[in-house]
Design a protein around this ligand. Structure first.
Ligand SMILES: Cc1cc2nc3c(=O)[nH]c(=O)nc-3n(C[C@H](O)[C@H](O)[C@H](O)COP(=O)(O)OP(=O)(O)OC[C@H]3O[C@@H](n4cnc5c(N)ncnc54)[C@H](O)[C@@H]3O)c2cc1C
Length: 393
């Protein structure tokens, strides 16, 4: 695959947007700046300092579609004109009150209803801790008993999730469940499994997420496959490497338990590839939604599809990247006819700050990807400059 075709990769980006992206990726490639920047932003927002304009013109515009659904729909339709599909998400991760979680539910339902009328939105998503309190997931995962009021709050969270699933089913929109920190994940896994049993009888409607940086996830994938075979339902798996590595390692160090994360990047890659192979050789049981910005991982799936003569638009295989990242992968494989879908977050600036800080941190910790983004953006800017130069002659 020609990932270097920058004309295709950046067809949607104006010269100004490319210049901004170049500046931004250069800044966030510096680990110290991002660490300090993230803390300063949170402090400044707490103190009410006016940072909005700076953030809006930089990270927000790069990684977020806008404040309202309408802003996202505009971007969704632009992406669709290049055969790139989307899934929208109200990325307000700061909402921790019951009212905030009800608002999150409302937004998920809204995106499902919007998706029901737009073929460019075949999936939707929810983050479990956007619908229930983190502490409850932690207690449930650790086998700690709830108080009476916690029991009620847990029931309310389950009701919210069931509401999302029934609207997704009614409108035939597939629903992804994000994976979170390992100390919350057991409860999420159990909910996801119950939902898959209930909603995935003939085809996967519900997709769970497996973070392959975790040592135990390959075993868990095999366990899921056995359960699905025995109980006659289908699996949907969003396969990712995992976003919380540093937090996981810090916590396990502080509390003195073995880290659940693979010992090295190479070990994570081996685990990820083994998971991929397991799914690809069982596609009639388990459909694949691969969330990665790794050219190597995408190439691996493309090679499998070619060797096994699968059509590029096989509905059981989806490639996904985040809005504002890895356009060279998304646009080039979409151009070749593969199923590509961008995660398109939106929400008020203040609410999406945690999401934006995670993106910035990810771009400092993901060795190799940021230099690649920079290299390709520079290549495209040079290509455009040459064309302009020759037009002037
Ligand atoms: C569409 C989409 C959806 C996503 N959804 C989720 C989600 O629900 N939950 C979630 O946690 N993440 C999610 N992610 C983020 C994802 O898990 C990765 O953090 C991110 O995509 C980078 O991994 P990569 O495969 O793109 O790139 P690569 O550059 O190949 O891999 C980087 C990743 O490798 C792992 N890694 C790096 N160094 C080491 C090391 N020393 N030891 C062990 N492992 C290491 C880490 O997971 C790191 O993020 C999603 C990503 C995408 C694109």
């Amino acid at each position: 695959m020609q990932f270097e075709d920058t004309k295709t990769a950046y067809a949607l980006k104006s010269d100004k947007e490319l210049k901004r992206a170049l500046f931004l990726f250069k800044v966030i490639s510096k680990k110290k700046i991002v660490r300090l920047g993230g803390e300063l932003i949170l402090l400044a927002l707490r103190l009410g300092l006016p940072l909005n304009s700076l953030l809006r013109r930089t990270v927000y515009q790069q990684f977020c579609a806008g404040t309202e659904e309408q802003d996202s729909i505009k971007i969704v339709n632009e992406l669709a004109s290049f055969n790139v599909k989307s899934y929208m998400h109200y990325a307000a991760e700061g909402q921790k009150s019951e009212a905030g979680m009800d608002l999150n539910l409302e937004k998920i339902i809204d995106t499902l209803l919007i998706a029901s009328e737009n073929k460019a939105l075949p999936f939707s998503v929810f983050k479990p801790t956007g619908l229930g309190k983190v502490l409850l997931f932690e207690k449930k995962s650790g086998g700690i008993a709830f108080t009476e009021s916690e029991n009620l709050a847990w029931e309310r969270m389950l009701e919210r999730i069931h509401k999302c699933c029934s609207v997704a089913k009614k409108n035939r929109i597939r629903l992804l469940i994000d994976a979170e920190e390992s100390w919350l994940q057991k409860a999420i896994d159990d909910i996801a499994l119950d939902l898959m049993k209930q909603y995935n009888k003939k085809q996967p409607l519900i997709f769970t997420t497996l973070q392959m940086y975790r040592k135990d996830r390959l075993g868990y994938l095999k366990e899921l496959m056995d359960i699905a075979k025995n109980e006659d339902f289908k699996l949907g798996v969003k396969l990712v490497r995992g976003a919380y590595m540093e937090k996981e390692n810090d916590r396990s160090n502080q509390r003195g338990y073995p880290s659940p994360i693979c010992i090295s990047k190479e070990a994570t890659d081996l685990n990820f590839n083994a998971g991929l192979e397991e799914i690809l050789s069982n596609l009639n049981l388990c459909e694949l939604f691969i969330g990665t910005h790794s050219e190597e991982s995408v190439t691996r799936v493309l090679k499998f599809m070619k060797e096994n003569k699968l059509p590029a638009d096989d509905r059981r295989i989806w490639f996904s990247q985040l809005y504002g990242m890895a356009d060279h992968i998304s646009f080039n494989i979409a151009n070749a006819g593969y199923n590509v879908i961008k995660y398109v977050p939106y929400g008020p600036l203040k609410e999406v700050i945690p999401y934006l800080i995670r993106r910035a941190e990810e771009n400092t910790s993901v060795q190799g990807q940021t230099p690649r983004e920079l290299e390709l953006i520079q290549k495209e800017r040079l290509r455009r400059r040459k064309i302009k130069g020759s037009q002037k002659k």
